[in-house]
Design a protein. Structure first.
Length: 162
């Protein structure tokens, strides 16, 4: 497994999170099986587990950090708002997006499937417009997770976000 971290400053109307980097884990699982991601996230205390894709409109969450495990297929995602960075992801890859980070699906294979989850006690909202000062305060006050969704109590997230 290879890991990478990327900081995104505000981009147009998307606030991003200048304090916490986006985390990218490559090749977590050889085939990216949905049960593997679901089990790993649950074991590591991430909740609200869902299966779907990534919206094709730019959006962010103000009340939660989010993990996206690519279970099947591949996609090109725009991370970090309109002026962000495109990332090609494929089955077995995983992204952790800190609260406020913009993301959008630019195109994907027909079988593209994502397993998502949030740290315990956090719930995602879908924001598609500029953040108010109150929302910016909410984003900066979202608690840090106690565990890495992929590696548990000692992992890349804990190293990069502490």
């Amino acid at each position: 497994m290879n890991t990478e971290s990327i900081i995104f400053e505000q981009s147009d109307w998307v606030p991003n999170n200048s304090r916490l980097p986006v985390l990218l884990y490559r090749n977590v699982f050889a085939d990216g099986g949905p049960r593997d991601f679901k089990s790993r996230f649950a074991t590591n205390g991430w909740t609200g587990i869902w299966t779907n894709g990534v919206f094709d409109c730019q959006h962010y969450h103000s009340g939660a950090h989010e993990v996206l495990g690519i279970a099947r297929g591949s996609a090109t995602l725009l991370i970090g708002g309109p002026g962000g960075q495109t990332l090609d992801v494929a089955a077995g890859d995983c992204l952790v997006l800190p609260a406020g980070t913009g993301h959008k699906n630019l195109g994907c294979t027909a079988d593209f499937e994502v397993i998502g989850a949030y740290p315990k006690g956090q719930h995602a909202d879908i924001q598609t417009s500029a953040a108010s000062s109150e929302m910016l305060a909410k984003i900066s006050s979202v608690p840090l997770p106690h565990t890495d969704p992929v590696q548990g109590r000692s992992g890349f997230l804990l190293e990069k976000w502490r």
